[in-house]
Design a protein around this ligand. Sequence first.
Ligand SMILES: *Cc1c(COP(=O)(O)O)cnc(C)c1O
Length: 351
Amino acid sequence: MISFYPGPSRVHDEIPRYVADAHKKGILSINHRSDVFVEMSKKTIGLLKQKLNIPKNYTVLYTSSATECWEIITQSLITHRSYHLYNGSFGQKWFEYTKRLRPEVTPLPFDLNQKLNPRELIFEHDSGLICITQNETSNGTQVSNTTIRGIKKNNPTYLVAVDATSSMGGVFLDFKAADIWFASVQKCFGLPAGLALLILSPEAVKRAYAIQDQAHYNSLPFMLDMIEKYQTPFTPNVLNIYLLMRVMEKSKPIKQLHQQTVKRYEAWMKFFKTTKTIKPLIENTVIQSHTVIPVTSTPEVISLIKLAVKKKGILLGEGYGDYKPYTFRISNFPALKPAEITLLMTLLKRY
Ligand SMILES: *Cc1c(COP(=O)(O)O)cnc(C)c1O
């Protein structure tokens, strides 16, 4: 099966070989306090910074999932005030998880076809957290680096947190434009699930130490102390960190990968100009995601397509939530091969 599911998604072809290597090298049973682990963890973080253009003074932490990052951020960086800008299911879920722990959160939903305007987003209190879902996996919209930078600039005393789960590793993200970034690896990184990255600016680190949350195993001050030694408070997903290191070693720099992603996205958009019954769900190209492409049609055509491509060994992403009956989603992640994309286009051509 070739998976175009936008997460968990197609893993890189080399993964089985890397897993075998990990077994051969004894990585599967190494102690997470050992020198071997520390070396591997240090190398992985170094490679991430280098390949993804993460500023040197930012801190990279390991967590288990993006959902866990939502919770860590809430516990350790929100004292009471946070604003949640969202237009889809993942952003809304982030808001809902936060609300359970910090009831004073403010939801700021916006329209599916609306482009956020930083000039209209100036918050009056003295500080707090602004939460943005950079790539909304449920509906295929994205918030640009420029918009994120503008929001931070207009609210300099706030920390800006960005969920980039389905874009990090596939498109260029301007890490300097915000304070907190996170993503799990089963989407754009092309790895198996069970590991996520939480990336903090020096300002976010300072805030975490000032707030001094100490109530959880993954309270940020504790995690930050541990990552000084390239370690985690808990036993991390050692195998996945190893796989991430191997994938990063071979990965092109993000600016190059970004170009490839955009080129493939443009090819999809050109393709959908030629189809009769299917078209992209999001029509405003300014906010269209480059990595997740939801396609819409009548429920009959959608079911027909899903069945037809399945027979040829292709798995499409289900539409999300309310969109389910009349959409499917195509991931545009780096691990997909040109021949696989061509095959899917060939199968979709007659619709
Ligand atoms: C998939 C996804 C999540 C949840 O990721 P987990 O690793 O399953 O916790 C959160 N946010 C976005 C934008 C996602 O696409």
